[in-house]
Design a protein around this ligand. Structure first.
Ligand code: UTP
Length: 298
């Protein structure tokens, strides 16, 4: 029987330079979409998929992340005193069971692969694990990682979330070379991180959700710096292709927002705002006005 996936690694040690100066003092993962930080969306998705243990790979200056998952006795007492039970309930979603959360430091930003490798001692040698990049936010009826966990129960092996991208965008992603296309799932025969223009093996790009065999952590021991001078997770996963476990791409159902980029973050803000009953009317009236003003000015 395949082992259940109950641990997830959240690599959050990047410097978030695209959001400077904000990220000088605020971790990117604490930036808010509507009223919840990016990390909360990631945690909610992990919980829906059955994850019980949360491993954060952090770095200098990410203290706000640790505080976010801590209890806040003064605030909680004040809300209780004022009878604000609805807000107390909201706060509960940020609480973690004792021992359910671990923090590991990545001392140098050597790349995503290196960040995941930093958590190697917290994953047993026979234990599959998930990796979630909180800056990829996915709006979906069934949370993306939950879809993947269900598919993984059939296939085992290694699984990466995959999405079609325009050919000119492929060089920003890890791209899959597809051996067999089965619809929602593809069998992978190669992976290239950030291929040069015109050299992408397909337009199927890897998005920040993974279910991996612990062998990937062993592979990372030997991975040298790859694209962009960083230790790439893609390269360690690619080493699994010829194993009996293999690598699968999973075409998730949902809309992904690249919240690591300013434009993606703004789009997500609008999309998540429009999805909220309490904000929808005001926000869509405002967007209408903006569009009409633009048209009138043409
Ligand atoms: P990005 O490529 O978006 O890098 O990392 P970044 O540093 O966060 O942001 P920019 O490009 O400077 O604006 C993708 C994910 O991998 C993590 C990041 O925290 C993010 O979740 N990461 C990246 C690490 O944890 N360590 C690294 O060395 C690199």
């Amino acid at each position: 029987m395949k082992r259940k996936v109950t641990k997830a690694i959240f690599p959050v040690a990047g410097m978030g330079t695209r959001f400077l100066p904000a990220t000088k003092s605020v971790p990117k993962e604490i930036m808010t979409l509507v009223d919840r930080p990016l990390i909360q969306y990631a945690i909610d998705e992990a919980r829906a998929a059955g994850i019980k243990e949360f491993i954060f790979v952090t770095s200098r200056g990410k203290g706000a992340l640790e505080d976010y998952f801590d209890h806040s006795p003064v605030l909680e007492e004040e809300l209780r005193r004022k009878g604000k039970d609805d807000l107390l309930e909201v706060l509960e979603t940020t609480n973690m069971d004792s021992g359910a959360i671990a923090y590991i430091r990545q001392h140098k930003a050597l790349g995503l692969g290196h960040a995941v490798w930093c958590a190697r001692r917290l994953i047993a040698s026979d234990e599959p694990f998930a990796v979630i990049l909180p800056d990829d936010v996915i709006a979906a009826d069934r949370p993306c990682l939950q879809q993947m966990v269900e598919a993984y129960a059939e296939t085992g092996g290694n699984m990466v979330a995959a999405m079609e991208v325009a050919p000119e965008k492929a060089s920003s992603y890890g791209v899959l070379d597809v051996a067999d296309d089965m619809g929602s799932m593809v069998k992978v025969q190669g992976m290239v991180e950030k291929p040069k223009a015109g050299e992408a093996p397909s337009n199927l790009a890897v998005i920040g959700r993974y279910i991996l065999s612990p062998t990937v952590l062993k592979n990372l021991n030997k991975i040298k710096r790859g694209a962009g001078g960083e230790i790439q997770l893609t390269d360690a996963i690619a080493k699994e292709i010829d194993s009996k476990r293999g690598v699968y791409g999973y075409r998730f159902r949902g809309q992904r927002f690249d919240c690591g980029s300013k434009s993606g973050f703004l789009q997500a803000t609008v999309a998540f705002g429009l999805d909220r009953e309490d904000l929808r009317d005001d926000l869509s009236a405002y967007l209408h006005d903006v569009v009409n003003m633009g048209k009138a000015a043409e």
